[in-house]
Design a protein. Structure first.
Length: 485
């Protein structure tokens, strides 16, 4: 059986702890069903970086430390201060320095060097996320012609935003070295098509400019282990921990679970809740909003500022509305076990998932999977999360409009059982259809070129034709094609 090499910024070694994140969750099923080698950064910063290999069962983990300048320029710099904000439509938060780009490219070269040492010709390479866009190009430059696929876990913005990124013309076309590029939604894929059409000239030139390979493009919305999560939630809701939480609050629980990140819209959500409390005094003492937010990327200024902002708003709300027996907000800054989260989701009457922009959002899926089908809670979901494409039966909201979110909270709290059941059944059916195992299988089948088995995957030319046709308004003629690279 060919090995699958998973390459990502961080590697989640089983039993090693570390911060939770969507990528680790998404890859669990693939790691269980194929022999895999997972390569990435160890999470350690060192002047004398080491490469370590560990074996767990039939999977191996290769982790490399980063020297301090790579950590600054690649991780804290280009990946998290340029690509993350721009890909989440936040040009205002992007900071760019040419030095950071060179650090980003250097780490991609380092990963390519490590891979080149261990890859066999029939190994399949699956690269994850925005940290590693140029990796296939670096591998091709080393003469490797393995199947290499790329999946972008975060959104891809329209070309009007993407082209504001200095050096986009170097970075984005580097995706052309992959055999398959996957996105979370059709909208992200269409943005890529529009980018190519606008920036690389006439369709006949695009393939040539991308290196002439047979790149294909597809949409692969990430799912979760639906049935397992439902079972876990059913067990966990009965634990002492969850029962104690429920006994400690009057009325119903509303839950939010997010890494502390500006893309997740936590301050806006709290403000919406404040409006709800102002507009609906009848719910005072009847609802407690539990926001679980493990810290992330605290070294970056915007993140530590946001930490303070969220503390300030929750303090303000509790100051204004609490009484001796009730505090409307519980804001918790530490991570919980997956089991505890599943039980809390199940116990919560409302799941509040309102990112300003999100590739998919697995919390929305976990919340739905956790519900008791006979008495389900209501999911309030941002229309700007990738999950909204599949989740038309959620209460979809615009997170920029606090009054609309407040109205959705009121509607969710008052929703009759029959409507809750109908909505939940529709959401759950979607999640059974596209669980995490199906996601990994579809991507890998498409990467291996089994066309018939990979719905919705298109060759570059068809994709450009379809995506470019979706362009909403002409914004000027495409640039004439430049000389091939
Ligand atoms: C990226 C994209 C895309 C959170 N707090 C705790 C905890 N978590 C878990 C959640 C969920 C995961 O972390 C977060 O996943 P998201 O999808 O919401 O967000 P990102 O980390 O930003 O992930 C995202 C994803 O990749 C997959 O493609 O959906 O759009 O941004 O599973 O449950 N887990 C535990 N304790 C916590 O306190 N155990």
């Amino acid at each position: 059986m060919a090995r699958i090499f998973i390459i990502s910024n961080r590697v989640a070694i089983p039993g090693a702890g570390g911060n939770p994140g969507g990528l680790e969750v998404a890859l669990k099923a693939t790691l269980r069903s194929h022999p895999c080698v997972w390569l990435g950064w160890s999470g350690e910063v060192s002047d004398t970086p080491q490469v370590k290999t560990l074996k767990k069962g039939r999977n191996s983990y290769i982790v490399t430390d980063l020297p301090p300048e790579d950590f600054d320029e690649y991780y804290n710099g280009f990946a998290n201060r340029v690509l993350w904000p721009i890909f989440h439509y936040r040009l205002d938060l992007a900071e760019f320095s040419r030095r950071d780009l060179s650090g980003y490219l250097r780490v991609n070269e380092r990963f390519a060097d490590e891979l080149a040492k261990v890859l066999a010709p029939d190994d399949i390479v699956w690269v994850h996320d925005y940290h590693l866009i140029p990796l296939a190009k670096a591998l091709r430059a080393r003469g490797l012609d393995n199947r290499i696929g790329f999946f972008l876990h975060i959104p891809l913005p329209p070309p009007e935003i993407l082209t504001a990124m200095p050096n986009h013309e170097t970075l984005i076309p580097a995706l052309g070295s992959y055999d398959l590029v996957g996105f979370q939604t059709d909208g992200d894929a269409a943005n890529f098509a529009r980018y190519l059409a606008k920036e690389l000239g006439a369709p006949s030139h695009i393939s040539h400019r991308l290196g002439g390979g047979g790149m294909r493009i597809g949409t692969f919305p990430v799912g979760i282990e639906t049935r397992d999560f439902t079972r876990l939630a059913g067990r966990s809701v009965r634990t002492r921990f969850v029962q104690q939480v429920l006994n400690s609050i009057p009325g119903s629980l509303m839950i939010g679970v997010d890494r502390l990140d500006y893309s997740k819209g936590i301050p806006n959500r709290l403000e919406a809740y404040e409006r709800f409390l102002i507009a609906h005094p009848q719910w005072h003492g009847q609802i407690t909003y539990l926001q679980i937010t493990p810290k992330s990327r605290s070294q970056i200024k915007e993140y530590s500022e946001m930490e303070q902002a969220v503390n300030a708003i929750s303090g303000r709300i509790n100051g204004a509305f609490s009484d001796a027996s009730w505090a409307p907000v519980r804001y918790v800054n530490r991570p919980y076990s997956r089991t505890a989260l599943a039980g809390l989701y199940r116990a919560a009457r409302v799941g509040l998932v309102t990112p300003m922009r999100d590739g998919m959002n697995l919390v929305a899926k976990e919340y739905v999977a956790s519900q008791d089908p006979e008495d389900p809670g209501v999911l309030i979901l941002s229309r700007f999360a990738g999950a909204a494409d599949e989740f038309g039966a959620a209460l979809l909201v615009n997170p920029y409009d606090p009054d609309a979110v407040a109205a959705a909270i009121a509607r969710a709290m008052a929703m009759p059982l029959a409507e809750r059941k109908t909505r939940h059944a529709e959401l759950y059916a979607t999640m059974l259809d596209n669980d995490i195992a199906a996601w990994g299988d579809r991507f890998l089948k498409a990467l291996l070129g089994r066309q018939g088995e990979a719905r919705g995957v298109q060759a570059l030319a068809d994709f450009i034709a379809g995506g470019a046709a979706k362009e909403p308004a002409a914004t000027g003629p495409a640039r004439p094609p430049a000389a091939p690279r």
